[in-house]
Design a protein around this ligand. Structure first.
Ligand SMILES: [Zn+2]
Length: 434
């Protein structure tokens, strides 16, 4: 069992009290944190490896609560378009030519981008999910993959059965790093029978559902026409909120929806960049927080973002709602950082294992190098983490007790090859979709 010591570091615990411990030591045995606290009070620990320095700020690995990792191959392929032509003329024709191998390589590209920037766990929904999950297992990252289920594709019931079988098969794969979800795309792409089958599958296996909900005005109108109620109330009406459900977006929600959200295990994945880029609108996140609705931050796909950078999403979450509410206290730096760590873990139902730097938790830890002009002076570490740190400032990344990034370089993954493979695959897809 490997024994790693991170010391001295400044540890941002990201717990309820949001403690920041200077001159801290973090002791890691196997895949668990066995001590976090002042280095001076640490119990004796014989480490195989020691990483530390006054410049390092340690925090729990960041969590991306909603993405479509395989879509990295579409990065920069279609920008500055309205949602409908964007989907119909560019995204779906490109995706029609995707193969399982494309998704494997696109997912690897997404993973190295996220790991390089300190994101150690993400919730994913995409096609060819088994090959996607293979990339997650091999790379060492932590992830919650799901089969995206679109009712208009051929043989939906067979696809649903496959998606449920995938959950059963991959539960706890990769030494417990893989936690599959059930992933109906949305209420407007799946009908009543599809939803009933997926809710039954999620209940039987005791796993959460993740879906898109209330992203655009048009979606809300379509769902009301199809189902007779708003997306959030429809989810409640069909029994989808009797167990945990992670809904991406929740931009268009009214008072009645908020009441449902506050009284059910619905969690929100907030995607500020994606909502900005597609001009979808502004999710009322300050109201979510007032009502204790668990909310994480997310990138959505690189087609609607175009980065998988949780630092950017945190920053936008903190800035955007100041502008929309006219209140500079609407979301604080600490609240934004909570959304990317502790609350992100709650969104995924993984709060017992990740999301804070505490004894007993799994060792998903990142070190940010604060020895930088844009992080000087160090008046307030949490403020810097949200308003000033860039993904490139991440120096070291551990997932499940394994060092995957050190000194900004990958220890096991061949980033150059992953990028070159993705480039070749993206070019082939562009040629095929013309
Ligand atoms: Zn999405």
């Amino acid at each position: 069992m490997s024994r790693i010591l991170l010391s001295p570091v400044t540890a941002v615990i990201c717990n309820e009290k949001f403690e920041v411990t200077e001159n801290a030591a973090i002791q890691i045995e196997g895949n668990r944190i066995v001590y976090v606290g002042p280095a001076a009070a640490a119990p004796p620990f014989e480490a195989d490896e020691i990483i530390g320095g006054q410049q390092f700020v340690a925090l729990p690995g960041l969590i991306n609560t909603h993405t479509h990792a395989g879509m990295t191959l579409l990065r920069g392929y279609a920008d500055d378009m309205a949602l409908e032509p964007w989907l119909h003329e560019r995204i779906w024709p490109f995706e029609a030519h995707l193969t399982a191998e494309d998704v494997y390589h696109g997912t690897l590209l997404a993973i190295i981008e996220m790991l390089r920037g300190g994101t150690t766990c993400f919730c994913d929904m995409y096609h060819f999910y088994e090959r996607g999950a293979q990339a997650m297992i091999e790379s060492g990252v932590r992830a919650c993959p799901s089969a995206v289920l679109l009712g208009f594709l051929p043989e939906p019931q067979r696809r649903i059965a496959n998606g449920i079988a995938f959950v059963r098969e991959y539960q706890n794969a990769g030494n417990g790093r893989i936690t599959p979800f059930i992933g109906p795309h949305s209420l407007y792409t799946c009908d009543h029978d599809h939803w009933a089958a997926m809710i039954a599958g999620a209940r039987e296996l005791g796993v959460p559902i993740t879906t898109h909900a209330a992203e655009t005005r048009r979606e809300v109108a379509d769902v009301i026409a199809q189902w007779g109620a708003s997306p959030i109330q429809t989810l409640q009406n069909i029994g989808a909120l009797e167990a945990p459900l992670l809904a991406a977006h929740c931009v268009y929600v009214d008072e009645a929806d908020l009441a449902v959200m506050g009284s059910t295990p619905l969690r929100v994945a907030h995607n500020p960049t994606s909502n900005l880029k597609l001009a979808s609108g502004f999710a009322p996140v300050p109201q979510f927080l007032q009502r204790n609705i668990t909310t994480g931050v997310a990138t959505d796909s690189t087609a609607s973002n175009n980065k998988l950078d949780i630092w950017q999403e945190m920053r936008f979450a903190a800035l955007l709602h100041k502008a929309t509410t006219g209140d500079p206290t609407a979301i604080s730096a600490q609240q934004a950082l909570s959304m990317a760590t502790r609350e992100g873990a709650q969104c995924l139902g993984l709060e017992a294992d990740i999301g804070t730097l505490e004894t007993g938790k799994k060792a998903d830890v990142i070190l940010v190098d604060f020895n930088k002009p844009h992080l000087t002076p160090r008046h307030n570490i949490v403020s810097h983490l949200v308003y000033a740190v860039n993904a490139a400032d991440v120096d070291t990344v551990l997932v499940d007790g394994r060092i995957l990034l050190r000194g900004g370089g990958f220890t096991q993954l061949d980033a150059e090859k992953i990028c070159a493979d993705a480039e070749v695959r993206a070019r082939r897809l562009v040629a095929a979709s013309r």
